[in-house]
Design a protein around this ligand. Structure first.
Ligand code: ASP
Ligand code: MG
Length: 404
């Protein structure tokens, strides 16, 4: 017997028939003798609709009322799924975040889960009841409903699995697993059987939008094994787990890309102590995240400094630099037509040559690298956006990731 949390995303519960399909899957898991708790999203499109209502009512609406409104989508799904399960003869009960409770901080609209009180649910599961839990919502210290940020029901599911001491958290979605790269761009991309938490964190935060990043952090922290799989097929999914569970770590497990970044170059900045602080201090104060940074060696007492920020922050970043930079510089340039490609793999901790392979493959295609950054398990390059497809395919082949 195992204890399993099953989570179903918006498309999996998109209409009444799909909810019936979900109920059959849950029943099958119970019939295998397992204890099951379910976490659900709102039916697809519902949360967007609710968010729009808030903006239409008032562009600068109160965050507490936003949470009151957008949390309702999940409530509907819990009730419908509980009914569908009951119709199949499964004892089931719906649970809203405040009823369990899922205790969060007071950051309305993007609250963090502090604790889930799991005792009552465990007691009921042991008697054969299936709790159907609303994802995405919790209870704040002000005793009001909170929501966890878009995509937050993944995080609910993982936190629930931790609180219930579950053996696994199965995330059912509209893709059947995590791929070596985006299969829409590289048709030879392969589904991974297993991936480590750390690699998944890099993949998730780099735009492989399978799991909410926060849910992966939560899984890593609590050691929750997470399986990503499709609710529309019976194919095995991808297990996100600890490195110890993977026999041989691939040098490169996957290649992620992000079109969300823009490049800023400060030309001819005085090369003196404190310049980096005087550029990046004001950016940080303005809550602008800087990702990649390069600074050249100075020839004549001045240097060029290049960095990337989120595309959405570019105009603000340029203004902050122009208004606040105290050191002299010649010019400031920016470029939005860039993409960041990252090769990711825990195996590169113990092997040399990963970056070399990347640079060679890009050079062979005549692709110019504008910025490079590395971490223990990742090498990232910034290149012109037009080369995204070409570069992804070339790298996929260079690291032998193509499906046979
Ligand atoms: N329904 C919420 C959203 O669309 C939460 C989720 O689906 O994970 O963002
Ligand atoms: Mg989702």
């Amino acid at each position: 017997m195992a204890r399993i949390v099953m989570k179903f995303g918006g498309t999996s519960v998109g209409d009444v028939n799909r909810i019936k399909n979900v109920a059959r899957r849950v029943k099958a898991e119970c019939d295998r003798g397992n204890q099951v708790a379910v976490a659900v999203s709102a039916m697809s499109g519902v949360t967007n609709q609710l968010v729009n209502y808030c903006s239409e009512m008032s562009p600068l609406h109160d965050a507490r009322e936003y949470d009151t409104i957008v949390s309702t989508g999940e409530q509907v799904t819990t009730g419908l799924l509980a009914i569908a399960l009951q119709d199949l003869g499964v004892t089931a009960r719906s649970w809203q975040g405040w009823q369990i409770p899922v205790i969060t901080d007071d950051a309305h609209g993007k609250a963090r889960i502090a604790e889930i009180k799991g005792e009552e649910l465990i007691r009921r599961m042991e008697k054969g009841e299936v709790p159907v839990v609303a994802g995405f919502q919790g209870l704040g210290p002000d005793n009001r409903v909170t929501t966890l940020g878009r995509g937050g029901s993944d995080t609910t599911a993982v936190a629930l699995a931790a609180a219930l001491n579950a053996d696994r958290c199965d995330i059912y979605t509209d893709v059947d697993g995590v791929y070596t790269t985006d299969p829409r761009i590289v048709p030879t991309a392969k589904k991974l059987d297993k991936i480590t938490y750390e690699e998944m964190l890099e993949m998730a935060s780099l735009g492989a939008k399978v799991l909410q990043t926060r849910s992966v952090e939560m899984a890593m922290k609590h050691g929750v094994r997470v399986q990503v799989l499709s609710s529309f097929s019976d194919a095995p999914g991808t297990l996100v787990c600890d490195e110890d569970e993977i026999m041989e770590n691939a040098l490169v497990s996957g290649i992620a890309y992000s079109r969300d970044e823009a490049k800023v170059t400060l030309v001819g900045v005085a090369d003196q102590p404190g310049i980096a602080a005087s550029i990046f201090g004001p950016l940080a104060d303005a809550n602008i995240n800087v990702d990649m940074i390069v600074q050249n060696v100075s020839q004549d007492g001045s240097t060029d400094m290049t960095f990337t920020v989120g595309k959405a922050d570019l105009e603000r970043a340029l203004k902050v630099v122009k208004d606040q930079l105290k050191v002299p510089y010649k010019a400031i340039k920016s470029d939005k037509n860039v993409v960041k490609l990252s090769v990711i793999g825990v195996g590169m901790r113990s092997h040399a040559g990963v970056a070399k392979t990347m640079f060679k493959a890009l050079a062979e295609k005549g692709i110019n690298i504008q910025v490079i950054s590395t971490s223990e398990i990742k090498v990232s390059v910034l290149i012109g956006e037009d080369y995204t497809e070409l570069a992804l395919r070339a790298l996929h082949t260079a690291y032998d990731l193509d499906a046979a």
